[in-house]
Design a protein around this ligand. Sequence first.
Ligand code: GDP
Length: 296
Amino acid sequence: MFESLQSRLGGIFDKLTKRGSLSESDVSEAMREVRVALLEADVALSVVKDFVKKAKEKAIGEEVLKGINPGQMVIKIVHDCMVEMLGSDDTAINLKAVPPVAILMVGLQGAGKTTTSAKIGLMLKKKERKKVLLASLDVYRPAAQQQLEVLAKQAELNSLPIVFGEQPVAIAKRAMVEARKGGYDVVILDTAGRLHIDEKLMDEVAQVRDVANPAETLLVTDAMTGQDSVNVAKEFNDKIGITGIALTRVDGDARGGAALSMKEVTGAPIKVMGVGEKINELEAFHADRVAGRILG
Ligand code: GDP
């Protein structure tokens, strides 16, 4: 579907037979191809500009390693820069607070919030031996609360009983009270999404945040969404404050440039990635894997 960066750069450097260090003009020409590859992968323009500038500074004058050609050398440098920009040593979900520790899940409708809420619950139960309560605050999308209940059952986790007609802030309060009473370690609050960001949604999420005082506010974002998602991330970060990102649909066939944009725009680490629809298909984020795909 996309021309790989490897073949794009190959074309440029094939013309050059000279080895040694990368000259400024070679690098400039190569970076034009890098720029196109990133834009095709749906990385936001502002992020592309910054990235290319950084990668260029790194590449100029760099010795071409033995056994590889200049094109491969540029790809290596660009790949390393991307892993550095995407990566974090910080993929653990922060549970450092007095239990019950709240995790607030936010994002647009369809991003994968409900699924990821259950996935994270299961991961914390299995790996950290935590007692987890799931609560859906999505009173707008029909059957959203039931969807979380079904997923909770699959994961053998408890979910907060549904009280029809109860509003999100009240649900959050009840979840925290029940979690305290029930001796839970973690409460995962799955908030409502919208098709687009609106004031009401943001105000509501902010009120929920104030009630639950979460240790983590995770922005759930779909790796297949393009540049739109940058505005979404910015908005959520400005209004709510994001502490981490959950990237979903990393198993899809999109190149996933949104990941780089999200990380750059929010400054928050990408902590987990969804790699399938099944409840156990969640992994700690691997910058390497995502960088390889963005570069094509
Ligand atoms: P929400 O509206 O944000 O709560 O989104 P949902 O959790 O309902 O997810 C929307 C759809 O995306 C569902 O069909 C999920 O099964 C699917 N989904 C979520 N995460 C992933 C993932 O990592 N990979 C794949 N392939 N599908 C996913």
